[in-house]
Unconditional design. Structure first.
Length: 76
């Protein structure tokens, strides 16, 4: 079974506050899974968010390529 991360764990990995993570989830900017009242994240969700954020910063909001995602996985 694939590992799932909590909001706190993802916030720590990204070095942002837990409240910022909740805001990203509530606005639909961060992919996630709802398990009852709990919010969880797959490694894929984290990598896609990072890649999309990097592309937005560069002015290219296209979906990340598999190579880009793989490079991000290695850093997580």
């Amino acid at each position: 079974m694939e590992e799932l991360f909590t909001i706190r764990e993802v916030a720590e990995k990204l070095k942002i506050s837990v409240s910022s993570m909740y805001r990203l989830v509530e606005t639909g900017r961060f992919p996630h899974i709802k398990l009852g009242s709990n919010i969880r994240f797959k490694k894929d969700h984290i990598a896609v968010f990072i890649a999309e954020t990097q592309k937005e910063a560069k002015g290219n909001a296209a979906y990340p390529s598999p190579a880009e995602l793989e490079a991000i996985y290695d850093k997580l």
